[in-house]
Design a protein around this ligand. Structure first.
Ligand SMILES: [Zn+2]
Ligand SMILES: [Zn+2]
Length: 135
C-alpha cells in the first residue's frame, strides 16, 4: 500500500511540474527517470484515480487521441490548436469566472437545469499557427 501511494505522489509531482498538458505516455517517460521499475499501466491507473478524485484534470481531446492531463486545478479554460495540437491555458479573473458561470447557468436554464462544473475546450489555431497560415 505504501509503494502504491509513493507512486501516486511521484506521478502527481511530475504532472504538476509540467504546464504543457502531457499525455500519459509523455508523463511515463519523465517518471521512468525517477522510478525505472514503473509500468505504463500503473501510470494510467493512477492518473485516472487522481482525476476521479479531482486532484488533477483530464482533458478529453479528439476522438482516437490520448487524453491529456493537467496538474493545475484552478479554474481555467483550455485552448487546443487544431494544427499543432498544443493545449494552452486561459486563466480568468474572478469577474470573468462570475460572468462565465452566469452565462452557463443561463444556457442550462433553457432546459431547466443548473450548472455544477464545466470543462471548456476551445479549439482553433494558436498564435504561431495562425500566422503560418496567413503567409
Ligand atoms: Zn498551433
Ligand atoms: Zn490547463
Amino acid at each position: 500500500m505504501k509503494r502504491y501511494s509513493k507512486q501516486r505522489e511521484i506521478i502527481l509531482d511530475t504532472l504538476r511540474k509540467r504546464n504543457d498538458h502531457p499525455t500519459a505516455e509523455m508523463l511515463y517517460k519523465d517518471i521512468l527517470n525517477i522510478m525505472p521499475s514503473i509500468g505504463i499501466a500503473t501510470v494510467y491507473r493512477n492518473l485516472s484515480a487522481l482525476s476521479d478524485s479531482g486532484q488533477i484534470l483530464k482533458i478529453e481531446t479528439k476522438q482516437g487521441e490520448s487524453d491529456r492531463f493537467d496538474g493545475n486545478i484552478n479554474p481555467h479554460l483550455h485552448f487546443q490548436c487544431l494544427e499543432c495540437n498544443k493545449i494552452e491555458d486561459i486563466f480568468l479573473n474572478e469577474d470573468q469566472v462570475k460572468e462565465l458561470t452566469e452565462k452557463l447557468n443561463e444556457f442550462a436554464d433553457v432546459i431547466n437545469a443548473e450548472t455544477v462544473t464545466s470543462k471548456i475546450l476551445i479549439k482553433g489555431r494558436c498564435s504561431e499557427c495562425k500566422d503560418k497560415i496567413k503567409l
